[in-house]
Design a protein around this ligand. Sequence first.
Ligand code: SF4
Length: 216
Amino acid sequence: MMNNKKSISSIELTVTDIKQYFFCPRVIYFTYCMTLIRPTTTKMEFGKQSHKREEGLQKRRSLVKYQLIKGERRFNLRLRSERLGLVGALDMAIFTRREAIPVEFKMSARGLSLNHKYQLAAYAMLLEDELFVRGKPRVICRGPLKPRRYVRRGFIHYIPNRRVYEIEITPNMREHIKRVLGEIRQMIATESMPEANRRKNRCRDCEFARFCADIT
Ligand code: SF4
């Protein structure tokens, strides 16, 4: 168990952790505190293949679905922020003269969910830090870079029904992400197992279900 503040803040987290935390905090407990448990499900493999296929399709399509005429698309961007202690691999970013726009592809057909929204917000913050906090533009985009507010929205693209949702990245969302990162680190550092998810329908879809004793 970690016992000082410095060790807690040095825990590097991933954007997927944020998504999982909104799904069920106990998933994070299993991921970090019971590291021998590492499920790889057929669903995860299927998801990876679908993302790859979507990337191929995107390269041939216009940007109409994102209400854009022009833009440079980059795929699988590996992003890191020292400020946030966060890393992640973003499916796609569109760079225009005025904006950098994160896009996440999802295999779910259930529609927009909170965990996907906050995952996108975390990618937006990472993208912003990669572009601006280090003070100079990286090779991930061309053209002039403007103030930090450059990343102000993103899209979640649901592959099965081809629906695209535009999400505004608000200051409140950014603050909430920072709070959540603190809560996750605290949980990992103290190795405290959170309550089981009250929404039992989530347990049915959870890759940790067979390790989780409290589900009914
Ligand atoms: S099985 Fe249910 S309670 Fe357990 S980690 Fe998964 S979602 Fe959470």
